[in-house]
Write a protein that binds this ligand. Structure first.
Ligand SMILES: Nc1ncnc2c1ncn2[C@@H]1O[C@H](COP(=O)(O)OP(=O)(O)OP(=O)(O)O)[C@@H](O)[C@H]1O
Length: 244
């Protein structure tokens, strides 16, 4: 893929789960194809169980697809995330691809501010500057200063989600996968999230998101894909439907 080609090209991606205890297969999604360019925001739609989270997790490579490709134009060259080596996936997750879920991967006895600062420290930033940035983002998302040095394992669901978001969004990635990031956020944190996503999009970050209330991010959406029907619609050219 060239510099003007999509950042991500998903081709006929199919995911089936084997239900061993039932000796049967369950189709999560089938033959999904779409392109995503830098700075684009793609909304995934579909009813409960349509396969939205599974699609995000397959791109993130928590799941291996049973068919298809996920071509990603990394800064190291083109790579198929569907078949790439685990070591390459780990590198991309550290440097280029972010994933936010509603669930904090809370590590025991690590302070909230250190969890948030870690991506900057790993990227080689000065530790004091990383800590300053971490406090800035905790503040932006509305985490009280008295919690910054506390361990998030005891935080409320909303507070954990704020730590999660601050960590995931502190360092601009090239591709961001969002699985219901506004679930359990209060209005102030939702507004901070939308401001941050809007800034990241303007910087060229490509975003794929699942939102329980898509109205939250209405102004950011460029295209939608409906997993019930596997149809992509362009927000600016509604008549231009592309069958998958
Ligand atoms: N690890 C798994 N093993 C077996 N089946 C799974 C697994 N993960 C998801 N599924 C099934 O795949 C289907 C798609 O699930 P998924 O969570 O992707 O749906 P969703 O569109 O995100 O739904 P919701 O809107 O309810 O969050 C569901 O029927 C679910 O039961």
């Amino acid at each position: 893929m060239t510099a003007s080609s999509p950042l991500l090209r998903v081709e006929r991606l199919t995911k089936t789960f084997r239900m061993y205890h039932l000796d049967s297969m369950l189709h999560a999604f089938e033959d999904v194809s779409f392109d995503l360019h830098e700075g684009e925001f793609l909304l995934l739609r579909g009813h409960n169980g349509a396969g939205k989270s599974t699609l995000l997790r397959t791109i993130w490579r928590s799941y291996l697809p049973v068919g298809g490709h996920v071509w990603y134009r990394s800064s190291h060259g083109d790579i198929d995330l569907a078949t790439a080596a685990d070591v390459d996936i780990a590198l991309l997750r550290r440097q280029e691809i972010g994933f936010v879920t509603q669930f904090l991967n809370a590590r025991p006895r690590v302070a909230a501010q250190d969890i948030v600062a870690e991506p900057l420290r790993l990227a080689g930033h000065d530790p004091a500057e990383a800590l300053d940035q971490a406090r800035h983002w905790l503040d932006q998302f509305g985490v009280r200063p008295e919690l910054w040095r506390a361990y998030p394992s005891t935080f409320s669901g909303g507070e954990q989600q704020k730590v999660n978001l601050a960590r995931a969004l502190i360092l601009p990635q090239r591709l961001l996968l969002l699985d219901e990031p506004t679930a359990s956020l209060d209005a102030g944190a939702r507004a901070a999230l939308i401001r941050r996503l809007s800034d990241l999009k303007a910087q060229g970050v490509a975003i794929i998101g699942v939102f329980h209330h898509p109205g939250d991010v209405a102004e950011l959406i460029d295209r939608e894909i409906n997993l019930n029907t596997s149809v992509v619609s362009d927000q600016s050219e509604q008549e231009d439907y592309v069958a998958l």
